[in-house]
Design a protein around this ligand. Structure first.
Ligand code: A3P
Length: 282
């Protein structure tokens, strides 16, 4: 499987053909769009389900989802036999829930100046790397890692699909004072999902009662999602179960050697000190 680099960021050609990135440059954003942004494996699918539940509790629908079957609608993807999602989604009725993994410099240019609501979900780099390693072994469109050791090194060097982790998260973190962006963390969602659901629903302008928060939480907890997704086939030919593996904080401990852990810790300190951004690892 092939990859290419654009502005120093690696993309898998079969998932994000170069021409799809071009399409993002002219993708029109609407003020009532909701854009979900993640580095891959941060919990994109989970966030999408939570947002979908919040909207449905309020009687709205998540129309754009239709294009990729049950998959979160990543605007840079291509739907086999149909074409680039950024084209297909243009005519979708509002509200559109869009998702993307692209670094900030690849975003549709109108997004940051619009009133669209932007939710950025982040996850600690060690668990992200482990999750990506397992995922890459099962998805033929992604480069297959030779071993955990080689993948851990590539991830650390930023030589992996969607590029260097810290460039990605810090690129977005710089925008933290912008009114229409909410930052969430995977570890916070694991620790207290009701609190994060409340925060998110208020941000989306759809505050929920305590009772409806519980309904959303019930439908989006790991076990419920695993059961519901299970064998569901996505339009891209993959099974939904691929997106619900372990769903825990700290699985990195089952994979990292002491040396690997130290190298990741060092990079964490180098890149995040004095930024105000931090992650929980257990
Ligand atoms: P693991 O591989 O560590 O289990 P993405 O959707 O961005 O590809 O992220 C996938 C990761 O989110 C996987 O992590 C998956 O198990 C986890 N995940 C999916 N649904 C979840 C949920 N409801 N609760 C916790 N983690 C979830």
């Amino acid at each position: 499987m092939s990859t290419y680099k654009e502005r120093g960021v690696m993309f898998p050609s079969d998932v994000v053909p170069r021409s799809n990135l071009e399409l993002l440059k002219t993708f029109d954003i609407r003020d009532d769009d909701i854009m979900l942004i993640t580095y891959p494996k941060a919990g994109t699918w989970w966030l999408h389900q939570v947002v979908k539940q919040i909207l449905s509790e309020q009687g709205a629908t998540c129309t754009a989802e239709t294009f990729l079957g049950n998959m979160p609608n990543l605007i840079e993807f291509t739907v086999p036999g149909k074409g680039p999602l950024a084209e297909l989604i243009k005519a979708a009725p509002s509200p559109r829930v869009l998702a993307t993994h692209v670094p900030v410099e690849f975003l549709p240019p109108g997004l940051l100046g619009s009133n669209a609501k932007i939710v950025v979900l982040m996850r600690n780099p060690k668990d992200t790397a482990v999750s990506m390693f397992h995922f890459s072994q099962k998805v033929p469109e992604l480069p297959t890692p030779e071993s955990w050791d080689s993948f851990a090194q590539q991830f650390l060097a930023g030589d992996c699909p969607w590029g260097p982790f810290y460039d990605h998260v810090l690129g977005y973190w710089k925008l933290k004072d912008q009114h229409n962006i909410l930052f969430l963390k995977y570890e916070d969602m694991k620790k207290d999902l009701p609190a994060e659901v409340k925060k998110l629903s208020s941000f989306l302008g759809k505050p929920l009662t305590d009772e409806t928060v519980q309904t959303v939480v019930g439908a989006t907890q790991f076990d419920s999602m695993k059961k519901n997704l299970g064998e569901t086939k996505m339009a891209v030919g993959l099974k939904g179960g691929l997106w619900t593996r372990k769903g825990v904080v700290g699985d990195w401990k089952n994979n990292f050697s002491d040396d690997q852990s130290r190298a990741y810790d060092e990079q964490y300190r180098e890149r995040l000190s004095n930024t105000g951004l931090e992650f929980q690892f257990e």
